[in-house]
Design a protein around this ligand. Structure first.
Ligand code: GLU
Length: 365
């Protein structure tokens, strides 16, 4: 099989026990399965949850803390305990791993986003296993990834992974809750995440993690939009990940084979960039952007809202609502003077585009 770049996300309940400590046996099973994938020549990036769940007991909490400072301190304890386990266990397979802790801000700031990418690629190319988690101990509550499911989708897009495997304690997506209805049927394969599917999925998670099936499907939707196919399911034993790769995994496969990946600049505009203002455009410009893949020119601009500098990312709205986001080549002040003008009426010594198509991302609502 061709060498693949695979992101594996494992949730807290598959790494820790309910009492707030690491479950070495569970981790051993995952580590040997990841080692088998590496041995087969694949590149692996491991998104590991479990920091809070692994640390709260040692911190003196009887159950998962609910306060922010409790969770953040538990993560500080648990993250190092997890890494100790991973370093020891991967060493048994002569594999090295490396920790990367990310915050939402690391994706919002473009230079940090680029650095995170470069570090991950360097580690992968040198044969190590990057182990990624959210930097829970310092993340600001309002500015988190939400859960590691979404983090794993964003990382998969960033490094242009071939596949995202989300391992959990349920073997895939069912049309109803299988605990309540034993006749619930599992979806073995779904081509896309529809609103209907999202409505089947419960948002409640386990007692030790944060994400439920709904958060996994939302993450899968993001991964698909970035060109990455997804598997959500479970498994046991050394070959479980190899079997997932071969199409024999115990879970739900999501996506189609002909997805194309999205370049990092467009991913940053679509998912991470701060929005500095809004441009209102006419119908012709809306069609040109959405249907013809053209750039936005001054003639199509009706109005400009907010104060922004050249290089800022703005929302663009047409007669049919939000059309997309793009990085502007003019400040809001300059734009107000050229809006509505034909290109030959604009006296400028730089490119005429307000937003070049390379800096544009269409958004379907
Ligand atoms: N980052 C959290 C942790 O390590 C887990 C988030 C999640 O459960 O998705 O505890």
């Amino acid at each position: 099989m061709k060498k693949q770049r695979i992101v594996i996300k494992i949730g807290s309940s598959s790494l820790t026990s309910l009492n707030g400590s690491i479950d070495e046996t569970k981790i051993r099973d995952h580590v040997r399965a990841i080692a088998a994938l590496k041995k087969a020549g694949h590149e692996v990036i491991f998104i590991s949850s479990g920091a809070v769940a692994a640390g709260f007991l040692q911190l003196g909490y009887p159950t998962r803390p609910v306060t922010l400072k409790g969770k953040q301190a538990a993560a500080a304890v648990g993250q190092s305990l997890l890494m100790k386990q991973y370093i020891q266990q991967f060493a048994e397979y002569e594999l090295l791993c490396a920790q990367i802790l990310l915050t939402r801000n690391d994706f919002v700031k473009r230079d940090r986003y680029r650095n995170a990418y470069a570090t991950m690629i360097e580690l992968i190319e040198r044969g190590l296993i990057p182990i990624i988690n959210e930097n829970d101990s310092v993340s600001v509550e309002e500015l988190t990834f939400g859960d590691n499911d979404m983090l794993s989708a964003l990382v998969s897009g960033l490094i242009h992974a071939d596949k995202l495997m989300i391992l959990t304690d349920i073997n895939g997506l069912y049309h109803e809750n299988p605990v309540e209805n034993p006749d619930a049927h599992r979806f073995d394969y779904i081509p896309d995440i529809t609103e209907d599917l999202l409505s089947y999925a419960s948002s409640s998670g386990s007692k030790v993690g944060t994400g439920g099936m709904k958060s996994k499907l939302l993450a899968a939707k993001t991964a698909l939009s970035l060109g990455v196919n997804v598997f959500i399911g479970t498994g046991m034993g050394k070959d479980k990940l190899i079997q997932v790769l071969k199409g024999n995994g115990d879970g739900t496969y999501i996506g189609q084979s002909d997805l194309s990946s999205v370049n990092n600049h467009k991913q940053w505009i679509a998912f991470h960039s701060p929005i500095s203002g809004k441009i209102i455009i006419d119908e012709g410009a809306e069609q040109a952007l959405l249907e013809k893949g053209s750039s936005l020119l001054p003639a199509g601009v009706i109005d400009v809202c907010g104060n922004f500098a050249k290089g800022a990312v703005v929302k663009v709205c047409g007669p049919n609502g939000l059309a997309g986001k793009g990085q502007v080549l003019y400040s809001s002040e300059e734009l107000l003077t050229i809006k509505g003008k034909r290109s030959d009426e604009v006296n400028c010594n730089k490119g005429i585009e307000v937003i070049h198509r390379n800096d544009w991302v269409s958004i379907k609502e």
